[in-house]
Structure formats: structure tokens, C-alpha cells
Design a protein around this ligand. Structure first.
Ligand code: HEC
Ligand code: HEC
Ligand code: HEC
Ligand code: HEC
Ligand code: HEC
Length: 190
């Protein structure tokens, strides 16, 4: 997808979604952010979700993919491991999801609005797949990337370095200070 298409897609998704969700969060800022901040060289939904051997196998064998064993280097999402494909996919057509991607995760995971006074932009719009893979990952917590790379998918290094609060801190561990989902203050501090 070209950078421009990606932004249009994101805007549509965010705009649609914000009509149903997003009470406390700053949608305008979120939209502006995507114009300024997103690194166009990255795929919209990154990570091994689309390319892992298991998913390639899954494409061929439909509902009976070769699910890696829990001992493999992949860490599996519980419903995937337990073969509950129908909790997310239309069981008659695996290429369809039963809910829009941006709502899918909330059917089992609590909405973070209830937990936090301030919710991180992508979390508030249900864009979980920016940071997590739906089936499995080589990284803990199903993360698409590790450490600060998760954050630099959207925030630019320049933006982060400009902030005086970041002077002299270890910038390889963003989540050492920031909660990736939300917090009691707008800076999402732990
Ligand atoms: C927690 C929700 C969830 C569960 C459970 C789940 N999937 Fe998925 N699956 C997804 C999402 C979301 C995508 C789209 C990922 C993307 O676009 O990167 C996907 C993508 C796929 C794809 C690739 C489709 C394509 O066109 O590239 C296949 C095949 C697939 N899933 C099969 C399965 C099978 C088989 C199971 C059960 C063993 C399963 N999934 C369980 C959420 C889930
Ligand atoms: C059918 C229910 C279901 C759906 C839908 C679902 N999850 Fe989960 N998820 C679970 C369960 C069950 C666990 C394991 C919880 C535990 O062990 O305490 C889990 C765990 C996780 C974890 C933590 C993994 C770890 O290693 O600790 C992440 C991250 C996660 N889910 C993300 C997602 C995302 C992103 C989506 C949407 C694509 C999603 N989930 C949709 C049921 C679901
Ligand atoms: C900006 C990136 C990002 C987004 C977006 C995101 N997460 Fe996470 N999530 C993380 C990180 C990083 C961790 C690991 C936190 C840790 O280990 O300290 C995590 C951990 C989790 C866990 C494991 C339990 C926990 O809280 O540590 C679950 C479940 C989870 N996320 C679900 C979701 C769901 C559902 C969404 C969408 C509503 C979502 N995440 C959106 C980055 C993100
Ligand atoms: C999918 C894109 C995306 C990813 C990935 C992402 N962010 Fe964000 N982040 C946003 C958006 C959108 C906002 C809200 C717009 C704004 O305030 O600039 C935001 C806002 C924030 C804020 C609050 C800024 C303020 O207004 O005070 C912090 C702190 C933050 N992100 C930290 C992180 C950290 C840490 C990570 C990695 C764990 C991360 N972000 C990953 C998109 C993202
Ligand atoms: C040592 C703790 C610490 C670490 C590590 C850290 N931050 Fe921060 N960050 C802060 C503090 C403190 C603020 C100011 C919060 C406020 O004003 O409420 C902040 C503010 C921010 C903001 C909002 C203001 C802005 O600059 O737009 C973003 C986004 C952000 N951090 C992203 C990141 C990312 C990405 C990383 C990792 C590369 C990171 N931070 C690592 C402490 C930290």
C-alpha cells in the first residue's frame, strides 16, 4: 500500500471508529498525528501475522493450520492455540473476520477506557494490530516489534529527542516510563 493510501485508510478507519467509541480521547490530535508521524516505509499491519510459516500453512489448509507447538520459538495467542478460529474469523470463509479489525480485540479484552483516565491514541481507536499480532509472535506479549521499535513505528525519533523530558534517559525502554495502553495522566506515565 502506498503511503497516501495508508493514511486515507487509517483516517477512514479512525473516523468511522471514533463515531462509535472514543469518548475521552483526542481524535483531532490523533488524525493530525497520522499525517505527521507515520513512517511510510512500514506496512500497515506489520509482523509475522502475514508471513509466518504457520499462517502460510493456514492459508492452504484453511481451518486446520499447522499451529506451532508451545515449545516453538513462537508465543501463541491463547484463542489461536486453542483453535478457536471462529471467535475471530467467519468459519465458512476464513478470509473474513467476524468484526471489523478495530473492534475484534474488545470482544475479549476489556476496553481500556474503563481502566485509564487517559487512553493512548491507537488503543482508543482499537488499532491493537499496530503493536500486536493476532496469532503469534516471536516476541513476548504478541508484540510486532521489540522495545523502542514498537513506539518508533509511529513516533519519530526526532519528536522524542526534542522533548527535554527525554534528555539523558535510556531511550531503549520506553515502557519503563510509559504505559503503552493508557494512564492516569496524558503523558501515560507508569
Ligand atoms: C484473536 C483473533 C484471531 C484468532 C483467534 C484467529 N485469527 Fe486468524 N487472523 C486474525 C486477524 C486480525 C487477521 C488479519 C491479520 C492481518 O491483517 O495482519 C488474521 C489473519 C488470518 C489469516 C490470513 C488471511 C489473509 O488473507 O492473509 C489466516 C489464514 C488465518 N487468520 C487463519 C486463522 C486460523 C486457522 C485460526 C485458528 C487456528 C485463526 N486464524 C485464529 C485474527 C484471529
Ligand atoms: C476469543 C477471545 C479473544 C479475542 C477475540 C482476543 N483475545 Fe487476546 N487473549 C485472549 C486470552 C484468553 C488471552 C490469555 C489471557 C491470560 O493468559 O491471562 C489473551 C492474551 C492476549 C495478550 C497477552 C499475550 C501474552 O503473552 O501475555 C495479548 C497481547 C492479546 N491477547 C492481544 C489481543 C489482540 C491484539 C486481539 C485482537 C486481534 C485479541 N487479543 C483478541 C483472548 C482473546
Ligand atoms: C502502542 C502499542 C500498543 C498498542 C496499540 C496496544 N498494545 Fe497491548 N501491549 C503493548 C506492550 C508494549 C505490551 C507489553 C507491556 C509490558 O510487557 O510491560 C502490551 C501488553 C498487552 C497485553 C498483556 C497484558 C498487559 O497489559 O501487559 C494485552 C492483553 C494487550 N496488550 C492487549 C491489547 C489490546 C486489546 C489492544 C488494543 C485495544 C492493545 N493491546 C494495543 C503495546 C500496545
Ligand atoms: C500506531 C501508532 C502509535 C504507536 C505504535 C505508538 N503511539 Fe504513542 N501516540 C500515538 C497517537 C496517535 C497519539 C496521540 C496523538 C498525540 O498526542 O500526539 C500518541 C500519544 C502518545 C503519548 C502522549 C502524548 C501526549 O499528548 O502527551 C505518549 C507518551 C506516547 N504516545 C507514547 C508511546 C509509546 C511509549 C509507544 C510505544 C510503546 C507508542 N506511543 C507507540 C500513536 C502511536
Ligand atoms: C525515563 C523515563 C522516560 C523514558 C524512558 C521515555 N519517556 Fe517519554 N516522556 C517521559 C516524561 C516524563 C514525559 C513528559 C510527560 C508529561 O509531560 O506529562 C514524556 C513524554 C513523552 C511523549 C509526549 C510528549 C512528546 O514529546 O510528544 C511521548 C510521545 C513520549 N514521551 C514517547 C516516548 C518514547 C517513544 C520513548 C522511548 C523511545 C520514551 N518516551 C521514553 C519520560 C520518559
Amino acid at each position: 500500500m502506498s503511503g497516501k493510501n495508508k493514511i486515507i485508510y487509517l483516517l477512514l478507519a479512525l473516523a468511522l471508529f471514533s463515531m462509535v467509541r472514543c469518548s475521552s480521547t483526542k481524535v483531532n490530535k490523533t488524525l493530525t498525528f497520522f499525517f505527521d508521524g507515520v513512517d511510510d516505509s512500514q506496512p500497515l499491519v506489520p509482523g509475522p501475522a502475514n508471513t509466518s510459516p504457520a499462517v502460510t500453512a493456514a492459508k492452504k489448509t484453511e481451518t486446520s493450520p499447522v499451529i506451532p507447538s508451545p515449545e516453538s520459538r513462537f508465543k501463541l495467542h491463547k484463542p489461536y492455540q486453542e483453535h478457536q478460529c471462529g471467535k475471530c474469523h467467519d468459519s465458512t470463509n476464513m478470509s473474513l473476520l467476524i468484526r471489523p479489525k478495530i473492534e475484534l480485540c474488545f470482544s475479549c479484552h476489556d476496553a481500556y477506557e474503563k481502566k485509564y483516565a487517559f487512553v493512548h491514541g491507537p488503543v482508543s481507536v482499537g488499532y491493537c494490530l499496530a503493536c500486536h499480532n493476532p496469532h503469534m509472535s516471536e516476541n513476548s506479549k504478541l508484540l510486532t516489534r521489540v522495545n523502542e521499535k514498537v513506539c518508533y513505528y509511529c513516533h519519530t525519533k526526532k519528536q522524542v529527542l526534542q522533548n527535554k523530558k527525554h534528555e539523558g534517559v535510556d531511550l531503549s525502554n520506553c515502557t519503563g516510563c510509559h504505559n503503552p495502553h493508557g494512564g492516569k495522566d496524558p503523558g501515560l506515565l507508569n
